[in-house]
Design a protein around this ligand. Structure first.
Ligand SMILES: [Zn+2]
Length: 299
C-alpha cells in the first residue's frame, strides 16, 4: 500500500505553501497541515523526525522526515550519493524506523523537511529512501524530480545513478545556501546591510568570498545580508564593501545617468553598512579585503 493519493495531496499543498512563502516555509504555516478528503493531516512530526500520517494512510511507509533547525551544525551527513539520515533511536524495529524502512521497500516518495533557520523548513520532495543500513542505524536519502504538466505533476525516482547524483548535488547546494541564508539574515535582523530594506522575500545571503567549498560551515562572518538588487550588484562588482565597512559604488555606475533606480544605487556610495553588533557575526576583515581588491580591479 503506497498511499500515492495522500502523497500527491501533500506535495500539492507544499507547492501552494512555497508559492506563498518562498522556498523556506514558516513552521506556523506548516503546522496547519494539509487537507485530504476533508481531513486535516499534519505534514511532519518535529519531535521524532520520522512521520507517518496515521489518520489517513493505509500503508506502512513514512510520509516525511525532518531535521530540526537546531541540528544545522550537526546536519545530516552529506555524501555525493545523497544524505545519510539517522534512525530514530537504536532499535531498527521500532515503529518510526519501520515506517522509514518501509519507504525504502515500497520505493515511495516522501518529503525531507530541512531546518533552514529557527522555525523555518525547506521541504524537499520527492525524496526517496535509496538504501537502508540497519547495522549503521541510518538510511541514504536521494532526491527525485516532479515531472509532467503543472496540475498533474508526478514524482519520479531517477533510476540512473549519474543523473541522480546531479540532482543530489543541486539539492545539496540549495540546502547549503538556504542554511547559510538562515544564519546570515537573522544576524542582520532581516535587513539589507546596504539599503536596510526589510522584506525577507527580497533578501539573500551574499558570500563575501565565493562558496567553492559548498560543504563548508555556513559562517555568518563570510556573509552579508543584501537585497536582490544589491546582491546582484555586489556579485557583479558594481558595488563593493571596503574593510572599513564603507560602501563603494563602481565608477561605471557613478558616471552613468539613467533613471531613478540608478540614483538609488548611487545614493549609498560612501555610506557605511549596518553590520551585526555581535563580534562573531561581523564581516571578516580579511575576507572583505580580499574581495574589495577584486572590486577595485574591476574598476
Ligand atoms: Zn539593498
Amino acid at each position: 500500500m503506497r498511499d500515492d493519493d495522500v502523497r500527491s495531496s501533500c506535495f500539492a499543498a507544499l507547492d501552494v505553501l512555497q508559492a506563498k512563502w518562498g522556498a523556506d516555509v514558516p513552521y506556523a504555516a506548516l503546522s496547519e497541515g494539509f487537507n485530504f478528503r476533508g481531513r486535516r493531516v499534519p505534514f511532519l512530526n518535529r519531535a521524532y523526525g520520522i512521520y507517518r500520517a496515521a489518520n489517513v494512510q493505509r500503508g506502512s511507509a513514512a510520509l516525511s522526515v525532518n531535521s530540526s533547525p537546531k541540528q544545522i551544525r550537526y546536519q545530516d551527513e552529506q555524501t555525493p550519493d545523497g544524505v545519510l539520515y539517522r534512525y530514530q533511536g537504536a532499535d531498527p524495529e521500532n515503529h518510526f524506523n519501520r515506517w522509514l524502512r518501509s519507504a525504502h521497500l515500497l520505493d515511495v516518495p516522501l518529503v525531507y523537511f530541512v531546518g533552514t533557520r529557527p522555525n523555518h523548513y525547506q521541504p524537499i520532495y520527492p525524496t526517496f529512501v535509496e538504501e537502508d543500513f540497519p547495522a549503521e542505524l541510518r538510511v541514504l536519502l536521494t532526491f527525485g524530480k516532479m515531472r509532467g504538466p503543472y496540475d498533474e505533476r508526478e514524482p519520479v525516482h531517477i533510476p540512473d545513478e549519474i543523473e541522480r547524483r546531479y540532482v543530489v548535488r543541486e539539492v545539496k547546494q540549495r540546502i547549503h545556501q538556504a542554511q547559510f541564508r538562515g544564519a546570515v539574515l537573522p544576524a542582520y535582523q532581516d535587513r539589507c546591510a546596504i539599503c536596510r530594506l526589510r522584506e525577507v522575500r527580497l533578501l539573500d545571503a551574499a558570500h563575501i568570498v565565493g562558496d567553492a567549498e559548498e560543504a563548508g560551515e555556513p559562517l555568518v562572518s563570510n556573509g552579508l545580508s543584501l537585497c536582490s538588487i544589491h546582491h546582484r550588484a555586489f556579485d557583479e562588482d558594481l558595488v563593493g564593501v571596503a574593510p572599513d565597512l564603507r560602501v563603494h559604488v563602481s565608477s561605471r555606475l557613478l558616471d552613468d545617468e539613467d533613471g531613478p533606480m540608478l540614483d538609488v544605487l548611487k545614493g549609498f556610495h560612501g555610506s557605511t553598512i549596518e553590520a551585526p553588533t555581535k563580534r562573531l557575526w561581523r564581516p571578516d576583515r580579511e575576507r572583505l579585503e580580499l574581495r574589495f581588491v577584486r572590486f577595485q580591479s574591476a574598476g
